[in-house]
Design a protein. Structure first.
Length: 178
């Protein structure tokens, strides 16, 4: 069983990103992983923006990243870029914080044109924090997300999450259950 951290860069708990991440969490839990959630919007604003690493909530967030075998980073896409919340959290991480972790970038947005944000904006940010094992990201259009992710979008999302989970399970040094 791996420890997975799901990071939400959504400014709202009711936004499509939250619905998307509920689905991701269900899939990862069904595969037997220990899943932790981190909604960046819930961190203390002043401590986050001032990089106060002594703040207990910020310290806890950094510990969650450190302990994770795999990290899912999800963000709504605005103007072909990830949210400022994602940027704020990743700015706190040292340059090797994601080294040795499998990372899955996820995004949602208004049009298929926002898909480029994963490879041209989010992936470089993740690699700047040491991520060397970034699995192919996945994008879900907002039109496919209401109270739940649509059936067709769920099938594709589940496939991406399972691919990520397999990469985490194959990670060297991960203790496997006997």
């Amino acid at each position: 069983m791996a420890t997975i951290l799901i990071v939400s860069g959504s400014p709202s708990p009711q936004a499509p990103t939250a619905v998307l991440l509920r689905r991701v969490s269900v899939v990862l839990n069904s595969l037997g992983h220990e899943v932790h959630q981190l909604a960046v919007r819930d961190l203390p604003t002043v401590a986050l923006l001032s990089a106060d690493l002594l703040d207990p909530a910020i310290r806890n967030a950094m510990d969650l990243v450190d302990r994770a075998d795999g990290v899912v980073v999800a963000s709504p896409v605005y103007r072909a870029a990830y949210s400022g919340l994602v940027q704020s959290l990743l700015n706190l991480l040292n340059k090797t914080a994601l080294t040795g972790k499998v990372v899955l970038p996820l995004a949602n947005g208004g049009t298929q044109g926002h898909l480029v944000a994963i490879d041209y904006a989010l992936r470089p940010l993740l690699t700047a924090r040491g991520a060397t094992d970034v699995v192919p990201g996945h994008f879900v259009p907002d039109a496919e997300i209401r109270d739940e992710v649509s059936v067709s979008a769920s099938a594709e999302l589940d496939h991406a999450v399972r691919r990520f989970a397999s990469a985490v399970a194959e990670r060297p040094g991960l203790a496997t259950a006997s």
